[in-house]
Design a protein around this ligand. Structure first.
Ligand code: ZN
Length: 423
């Protein structure tokens, strides 16, 4: 029997004790990155405790106000999901996707993004005709009125997922058309769950291979190219957030195969961004551009088991849990609640996927407190390095310090005690 963390694994291959405590969610983590403020889980750029008028100005909005820069968000999950939302909207709840959802009377995230903040580029999932074709007001990411409004919008050129059409080509051509028309760019794609149909990694030792989910959605790289083509035309510069959001979703499912494909998608986006900055003939170069790659948190508690070393293109044997009737039943999530809602005193977790060869182990379906990587390009590195050792030993930064360093790199002053909206 192997041990994981400080507790022995019990019951064979798929049940482990959870060594991880409560961890941040994407809403509060993205709020820290976007505003420099810590807040409660679930808050979208809104002060902790949910006070009225608790909106926090985001670095995105402030940069636009002060410099005229273009702003944009791109995600493979719904365009108003927590991470992109925290950069371009404000709400005490990440679940307030649109006005009218489950009777929500306030300004929904989609409503605020489309009608108020109006980023120059929005590309993401959440297309209602795939995710919620009947516009059931108890689900989905966008209301019928907002969707119809987008189709006839004076502000946005809408590019949507279309049966049989190549989504990557559509969004890149849409960016050029929007520039010609003097409109902003909205790319509305997705699949049944609101997210793009994710790619699948194949077990092809020595030759890593990924098959894309559907050509009707752009790849994250294609969506990034479209956003950069559009925003790069702004003489005032730009601020773009690109999220591969399915990495988190795959890790919640303990789906290693899906996760690897999502990482490949992310690599495609980073390559596209790097190529864009390298491209000659424009004013964008590495002296005036910060490219930052990080995660808002980790998910799944993935540990490489070491029983068998996985080489290039090599995937572990991965079976659905249902193929193992002898495995103990799932006893609840690691979110602290059992299926009947009672608090779990000993959180035990049964993975939906089983890795019989024990070459990898997932420890949780939830988020974890592991440190995540942070990569920053060349000239901007010094703004980040100066925080080294100030709060934590060594080269560990707080997520709010990423905001501080970015502010400095962008020429914005130090953060006030609380930045009022619109200033
Ligand atoms: Zn998550």
């Amino acid at each position: 029997m192997r041990t994981y963390g400080s507790k022995p694994r019990v019951g064979g291959d798929d049940v482990v004790a959870i060594p991880f405590g409560p961890a941040t969610d994407s809403a509060s983590a993205a709020t820290a990155l976007a505003t420099g403020f810590k807040t409660d889980s679930g808050n979208i750029s809104w002060l902790p405790g949910d006070p009225p008028a608790g909106e926090l100005t985001t670095i995105t909005e402030e940069y636009r106000t002060k410099t005229g820069a273009g702003i944009g968000v791109v995600s493979t999950v719904p365009f108003n999901h927590a991470t992109p939302a925290a950069f371009v909207s404000h709400n005490p709840s990440r679940n307030a996707y649109y006005s009218g959802l489950k009777g929500y009377k306030g300004l929904g995230l989609a409503d605020e993004i489309i009608l108020r903040v109006k980023p120059d580029v929005v590309i993401g999932g959440g297309h209602p005709l795939l995710d919620n074709p009947d516009f059931n007001p108890r689900q989905g990411y966008i209301s019928k009125s907002l969707y119809l409004g987008l189709k006839a919008s004076p502000d946005y050129l809408l590019v949507e997922r279309t049966p049989g059409a190549d989504g990557g080509r559509a969004i890149v051509e849409g960016a050029a058309a929007a520039l010609r028309a003097g409109k902003k760019l909205f790319g509305l794609f997705g699949g049944k769950g609101g997210n793009f149909d994710i790619a699948q990694a194949e077990d092809s030792p020595g030759r890593p291979r990924v098959t894309s989910g559907s050509e009707e959605n752009p790849s994250l790289g294609e969506a990034t190219v479209a956003a950069l083509d559009y925003l790069g035309a702004n003489p005032g510069g730009f601020f773009l957030v690109v999220e591969q959001g399915d990495i988190d979703w795959a890790n919640h499912d303990n789906d290693y195969r899906g996760m690897v494909a999502c990482i490949a998608e992310l690599v495609g986006a980073v390559r596209a961004a790097t190529a864009f900055v390298d491209r000659p003939g424009d004013t964008v170069d590495w002296t005036n551009t910060v490219l930052l790659v990080t995660a808002d948190h980790a998910t799944g508690g993935l540990v490489l088991g070491g029983a068998k070393r996985l080489g290039l293109g090599d995937l572990p044997r991965q079976d659905p849990r249902v193929a193992y009737p002898e495995a103990p039943p799932a006893t609840g999530s690691d979110r602290g609640l059992s299926p009947n809602g009672a608090a779990l005193t000993t959180p035990v977790y049964a993975s939906p996927n089983v890795y019989p060869d024990e070459d990898i182990i997932f420890g949780t379906a939830g988020h974890t407190n592991e440190l995540v990587d942070l990569a920053v390009t060349g000239a901007a590195t010094r703004y980040f390095m100066k925080y080294r050792g100030t709060w934590y030993p060594g080269l560990v930064l707080d997520n709010t310090q990423i905001n501080s360093a970015l502010r400095e790199a962008l020429g914005l002053g130090a953060l006030g005690r609380r930045a009022a909206r619109g200033t």
